[in-house]
Design a protein around this ligand. Structure first.
Ligand SMILES: [Zn+2]
Ligand SMILES: [Zn+2]
Length: 411
């Protein structure tokens, strides 16, 4: 197991400066950074209805302000001949390339309906940009980072969790968003709203989540070189998390294997899958050339009990990477034992997900046991620091390469 001692590499003086600057910057910087999120990416949308909430919205057409849309009105936008047509009670727009629906004040947001689908109406913070891409509408929510973070925590973490758990989720989701800002840049936005990036279905309505996001306002996780980390997480580690390099080939010093005693009785702590002996041995022969005549090899793959997280099945030759077995059989994790029972083979597993970084069910139990969100983050991420994004911008080299995530946040 790797040490989880307090950070030593970051010079103390720099930490002190960062801490001092946080309060100074907090007073100066009041505007959140804006994220561009591609929304409703899982469907083809040809028509939307946008309705302002709590304040009027300005309608901007191809860069020119066309007028205001009242909270009692709605703007129907659709694709006509490869361009945008739009109509409200007192506005008609034809042949536009871009339309923006922008609330005139911070309290304003908008409701979104897709008339041709069964999607329930959603409410989004920020402003909406619409254009035609590939014959359909491309919808981009330009949303302040904190409002986006709250929406993601609501969609990703679920209901009725401990406040400390929501706080660590807020820090993780905010951190993940900034690390992965370049994922969709060629498409004209930063992150999508699905599991590929982070699930985002609009405005948060939960008071606990709002409190958690406010309490951790602008805080992100950085490594000792002050680089924003890949804040990866998974449902349940099965009792031990994994080193990043064991899954993605690339090592990260903050993503180290850690023993977790908190998640082992949680809902996703164990799983089981039964296969026929023929299917199991046939697969190993086909894919890895395992000979059925070698009794030692057979024994290794029919009676296997990992003592800790292994990388290879039965530690036999030829090597059978457990991550491939997981993908091929759609298993919940790579952490499982194998037992032959007659003509069946039973795989008994622990955990759910890739096992790198933060274990959500372990973190939930730690929060309920009274641990603070900072303690929990330091448990799962080795030698990291919590810093305010505004101070980070000040100290960061403008040309520094923003790291690209090795994979999605989960699974
Ligand atoms: Zn994405
Ligand atoms: Zn765990």
């Amino acid at each position: 197991m790797v040490s989880r001692s307090l950070p030593l590499r970051l010079p103390l003086t720099l930490l002190l400066i960062l801490a001092l600057c946080r309060s100074a910057f907090a007073q100066e910087v009041t505007v959140d950074r804006i994220m561009r999120i591609g929304i409703l990416r899982d469907r083809t949308v040809k028509q939307v209805l946008v309705m302002p909430v709590r304040d009027v919205c300005s309608i901007i057409v191809d860069g020119q302000r066309k007028g205001d849309l009242a909270t009692t009105d709605g703007l129907k936008v659709q694709v006509v001949g490869g361009k945008l047509d739009a109509r409200s009670l007192n506005m008609v727009i034809t042949g536009a390339r871009q339309i923006e629906v922008r609330p005139v004040s911070a309290k304003g947001h908008f409701r979104l309906r897709v008339p041709e689908t069964k999607m329930a109406e959603r409410t989004y913070p920020g402003s909406l940009g619409v254009q035609v891409v590939g014959g359909a509408l491309q919808l981009i929510d330009r949303v302040p980072l904190e409002a986006y973070t709250a929406g993601v925590v609501q969609a990703e973490a679920g209901k009725e969790h401990h406040l400390e758990y929501y706080k660590l989720q807020a820090v993780s989701c905010r951190t993940y968003a900034l690390t992965n800002q370049r994922k969709h840049l060629p498409e004209g936005f930063e992150l999508c709203d699905g599991v590929h990036c982070q699930v985002f279905h609009g405005r948060n309505r939960d008071d606990s989540i709002r409190m958690a996001v406010d309490a951790t306002h602008s805080l992100v996780l950085v490594d000792p070189d002050i680089r924003i980390i890949h804040a990866t997480f998974h449902s349940n580690c099965g009792g031990e998390t994994m080193n990043a390099e064991d899954l993605w080939s690339k090592s990260e010093r903050y993503l180290r294997a850690t023993v977790d005693t908190f998640c082992t009785s949680s809902p996703h702590a164990t799983w089981q899958k039964t296969l026929s002996r023929t299917e199991w041995l046939g697969y190993l022969k086909r894919r890895y050339g395992l000979g059925e005549s070698d009794s030692a090899q057979l024994q290794a793959v029919l009676d296997y009990e990992p003592q800790c997280r292994d990388l290879y099945l039965g530690n036999t030759w030829p090597l059978v990477p457990l991550k491939h077995v997981r993908e091929d059989f759609k298993l919940r994790s790579t952490y499982f034992s194998v037992k032959a029972q007659g003509d069946k083979v039973v795989l008994s597993g622990r955990g759910f997900g890739h096992g790198v970084g933060l274990c959500q069910e372990g973190a939930m139990r730690m929060a309920r046991a009274g641990r603070s969100y900072t303690d929990i983050l330091h448990h799962y991420f080795t030698d990291v620091h919590l810093v305010d994004i505004t101070t980070l911008d000040f100290f960061r080299d403008e040309d520094a390469e923003v790291p690209v995530a090795p994979g999605g946040p989960k699974r």
